[in-house]
Design a protein around this ligand. Structure first.
Ligand code: PGA
Length: 247
């Protein structure tokens, strides 16, 4: 069975003081290594020190497709592993939209992360225009297929998927649980075909304006195995409530 996760994507937010306050206020019950946070890259070391006490695992919001060398500004998998990082987001819609990341490039990052022992969270999702054109499933499965090209898994904990409709990110508009489940169900079918018996155990997170008020009905859906949360992960009280909802 797929495990349930709550993952905070802090994006380019939080000062050092905000981070101190967040961890001193954070109250987590039943933590089984399934609460994760991706702070800004510059804050990863600092967050790792504070997160360890709470059993929160830390990752990056992006990763390089390269090993090391002359790649100014990139984030190295080896260095993230060395610090104690556990995972990385790959292909977040903001990276696709503002930094022109293609499916091919995203695929290289997924492969690099797995090769180095990081858990990539492959993010996919359709725009409003694509949804209105009836292309949601085609777009989402196309992104997953391309993003996972040549990926071989030995067990389900090497990879997470996140379905985030672009029109629901940071807008306050959430897909209804039924809309989200429809897409998650198709992703689940694809993963079962692609990875055989490991497929059903790969966790598929939902993201896009997840908050304490809507998390329970989303998590109640058969194929929604957690949340990837931006805005509501910035405050300790909200993130604690979101984590509690996974139990
Ligand atoms: P949001 O962001 O929760 O603020 O909509 C989600 C995400 O971008 O991962």
């Amino acid at each position: 069975m797929a495990k349930t996760y709550m993952v905070g994507n802090w994006k380019m937010n939080q000062s050092l003081a905000d981070i101190e306050n967040f961890f001193s206020d954070l109250k987590l019950s039943h933590n089984q290594n399934n609460y994760w946070i991706a702070p800004q890259t510059l804050h990863i070391s600092h967050v790792l020190k504070l997160a360890g006490d709470k059993g929160v695992l830390v990752g990056s919001q992006n990763i390089s497709d390269q090993d090391h060398g002359a790649f100014t500004g990139e984030i190295s998998s080896d260095s993230l592993m060395e610090l104690g990082g556990h995972f990385c987001l790959v292909g977040h819609s903001e990276r696709r939209q503002y930094y022109n990341e293609s499916d091919e490039f995203i695929n290289k990052k997924v492969l690099k992360a797995i090769e180095k022992g990081l858990v990539p969270i492959l993010c996919v999702g359709e725009t409003l225009a694509e949804r209105d054109a009836g292309k949601t499933i085609e777009i989402v499965l196309g992104q997953i297929k391309a993003g996972l090209d040549s990926v071989q898994l030995n067990n389900e904990s090497e990879l997470l998927l996140a379905y985030e409709p672009v029109w629901a990110i940071g807008t306050g508009k959430t897909a209804t649980p039924a809309m989200a489940q429809e897409v998650h169900g198709k992703i689940r079918e694809f993963l079962a075909e692609r990875f055989g018996e490991i497929g059903p155990d790969i966790s598929i997170l939902y993201g896009g304006s997840v908050k304490p008020a809507n998390v329970s009905e989303l998590l109640a859906q058969a194929d929604i195995n957690g949340g990837l949360v931006g805005g509501a992960s910035l405050k300790a009280a909200d993130f604690s409530a979101l984590c509690d909802a996974t139990n």
